[in-house]
Write a protein that binds this ligand. Structure first.
Ligand code: FES
Ligand SMILES: [Fe+2]
Length: 378
């Protein structure tokens, strides 16, 4: 495996430095957002070593229910076993490497579509047709390769690194914060699959993360959002491998979408878990948009996932329309413009605009994210 991992990526003498101090640091050099080799290194050093969301537990209630996803170039799936346990595996047959399942569904056993090797739901090989004359063949040697799995308040996450820390160890405090602020998330149901903006944004995945974890741009670029959520009172804090934004003051009668002023969800709350997961709760409804920032290649990214609702009744269509079409399109245009600018020979790095009180419009969370990227690639 090791020979596949690209060399380390470091800053050069012509780059401005980065440090623990955001005032002394500059943003990631532009090539980090452009270079396919750096993207290749990110797959191995970031994507294959951290936790990624697959689905909400509510879609995996019954024995044999499964969901699959792609992480970098790797395909994985999670499935509920006969014993009720959720397990995750590489989506790769042990015969000649065909994919085993596609998308989501339910099955009594995992049957490879190529030559019909059949696996139990715990990943062990149950039957391999016509292998009876193979002198040394032992089914026990051909079970599926397992992948680490953890459930975070109903969200099913996987980590390809078998020695990686648990979510609670790598992102301490996140579970408690979610439980305290969105106690209904674990018991919610998927109400729709969603794409934020168009299917694939023409931007590096880190441009999309940068944009998602700061609200310096919100007053300027999201007028309806800023009408609904007071930017003056906006807060954000950065923790080890996760960050949170809070909009404690909101207005029910606003130009984004009006919502019932019944106190059910009076605040806006947004979480980010390094490197790809965002959990977005806008005011008014028990609705969490759980979206992942998934690179397609060095300069294209999808931002999509699922809407998880614990709301009693229908959520007005206008809510989805605002979030996915209007807000999503505004952010997509910002990200794609940044990506074009990063390709200019006139630009390499910029400063972090951090204020002393680390208010809601400060970019200290972006600084922490860039530090994570640099450290991971060293
Ligand atoms: S590749 Fe799966 S059975 Fe042959
Ligand atoms: Fe935005």
């Amino acid at each position: 495996m090791n020979e596949k991992i690209p060399d380390t990526v470091t800053l050069t003498s012509t780059d401005h430095p980065t440090s623990d101090d955001p005032y002394q640091s500059f943003t990631l050099p532009a090539r980090y957002y452009l270079d396919p080799e750096i993207f290749e290194a990110e797959k191995h050093r970031i994507f294959y070593k951290n936790w990624h969301y697959i689905t909400h537990e509510s879609s995996l209630k019954k024995t044999g229910d499964y969901a699959s996803t792609k992480i970098g170039d790797e395909h994985v799936f999670v499935i509920r076993g006969d014993d009720g346990e959720l397990r995750a595996f590489y989506n790769v047959c042990k015969h000649r490497a065909h994919h085993l399942v596609e998308g989501t569904g339910s099955t009594r056993s995992i049957v490879c579509p190529y030559h019909a090797w059949c696996y139990n739901l715990d990943g062990s090989l149950f039957n391999a047709p016509n292998t009876q004359d193979l002198p040394t063949f032992d089914k026990q040697n051909f079970g599926l390769t397992p992948v680490q799995l953890d459930v975070l308040c109903g969200l099913v996450l996987v980590n390809l690194d078998s020695s990686a820390q648990s979510i609670d160890q790598s992102a301490p405090g996140l579970r408690e914060d979610l439980k305290a602020n969105v106690p209904w998330l674990a018991g919610g149901e998927i109400v729709r699959d969603c794409t934020f903006g168009d299917a694939a944004m023409a931007a590096n995945w880190k441009v999309v993360v940068d944009n998602n974890i700061e609200c310096y741009h919100c007053q300027v670029s999201h007028p309806a959002f800023a009408d609904m959520i007071s930017m003056h009172d906006y807060e954000q804090d950065s923790h080890r491998n996760w960050a949170r934004q809070l909009g404690p003051k909101t207005k029910a009668d606003n130009i984004a979408y009006p919502f019932p002023d019944d106190g059910a969800v009076p605040r806006a709350m947004f979480w980010y878990l390094w490197p790809t997961l965002t959990i977005n709760v806008l005011p008014g409804y028990r609705l969490a948009n759980v979206l992942t920032i998934n690179p397609v290649d060095a300069q294209r990214t999808t931002f999509g996932g699922q809407a998880i609702s614990a709301h009693d009744g229908e959520i007005p269509e206008r809510v989805y329309e605002y979030v996915y079409e209007e807000l999503g399109t505004e952010d997509q245009e910002l990200c794609e413009s940044v990506q074009r600018g990063l390709r200019s020979q006139s630009y390499n790095q910029g400063p972090f605009v951090v204020d002393a009180n680390k208010t809601g419009v400060s970019e200290h969370t972006v600084h922490a994210f860039h530090k994570n990227v640099i450290d991971a690639l060293k």
